[in-house]
Design a protein around this ligand. Structure first.
Ligand code: SAM
Length: 206
């Protein structure tokens, strides 16, 4: 696309294109990997030895970043409806996170390990009907928060993708009731999708 005026469309294409190329060059499976890297660096999310759960993990960019940051120490468990090619240091569960059996399998994998960090990049299949997509997206985020309530360690952190729109304010309030601090993050690699934003809950309350 030719740069004429300071067009938003040009910026969107340009930024997306840059991260797609960068991911190819550096061996990441998605440009989304750069979103997590940026947030993780800024907010010091990872430490070797942690237990991390990655919800909506395929094709695996975030899981790759998590595995790198754990440096072979700790545990990473990833879930997605879609298949995901193996990543060293990551246990993968294929299934729908909305289903009780998948949640049970995740808990089984984690056993009694305290979970230090939950990262959730789940997005539903887009129908193009705004209210349906928004409702489905918020539902996935709510389920992930519910999982945190139950399984995240006291003091643990939760990074989740949400879409601004219906249900956002209620979800934000629920996050604030669960964590000591909640901040919003809009990493550079996310600029293209206007309503997508990341919420980071820091320090799960007892
Ligand atoms: C944007 S992609 C995640 C990209 C990933 N973070 C990466 O870096 O490669 C969103 C993922 O959410 C998954 N997803 C959507 N609904 C899901 C559900 N109910 N259970 C599990 N995964 C789901 C999709 O299959 C898709 O792979």
């Amino acid at each position: 696309m030719k740069r004429t005026k300071t067009s938003k469309a040009w910026m969107k294409e340009h930024v997306n294109d840059f991260f797609v190329k960068q991911a190819k060059k550096e061996g990441y499976r998605s440009r989304a990997a750069y979103k997590l890297m940026e947030i993780a660096e800024r907010d010091h999310l990872f430490k070797p030895g942690m237990t991390v759960v990655d919800l909506g993990a395929a094709p695996g960019g975030w899981s790759q970043v998590a595995a790198e940051k754990l440096m072979g120490k700790g545990r990473a468990v990833a879930v997605d409806i879609l298949e995901m090619a193996p990543i060293s240091g990551v246990t993968f569960i294929q299934g729908d996170f909305r289903e009780a059996s998948v949640l049970a399998e995740l808990k089984e994998q984690l056993k009694d390990l305290p979970v230090d960090l939950v990262i959730c990049d789940m997005s539903p299949n887009i129908t193009g009907i705004g209210i349906i997509d928004q409702t489905r997206g918020m539902h996935l985020a709510e389920l992930a928060l519910e999982f945190c309530t139950e399984r995240l360690n006291s003091g643990g952190n939760f990074l989740v993708k949400v879409f601004q729109g219906s249900g956002f304010d209620e979800f934000f309030r629920a996050m604030r009731a669960t964590f000591d601090r909640v901040v919003t993050r809009k990493p550079l690699a996310s600029r293209g999708r206007s309503s997508e934003i990341y919420l980071l809950g820091l320090g799960k309350r007892d």
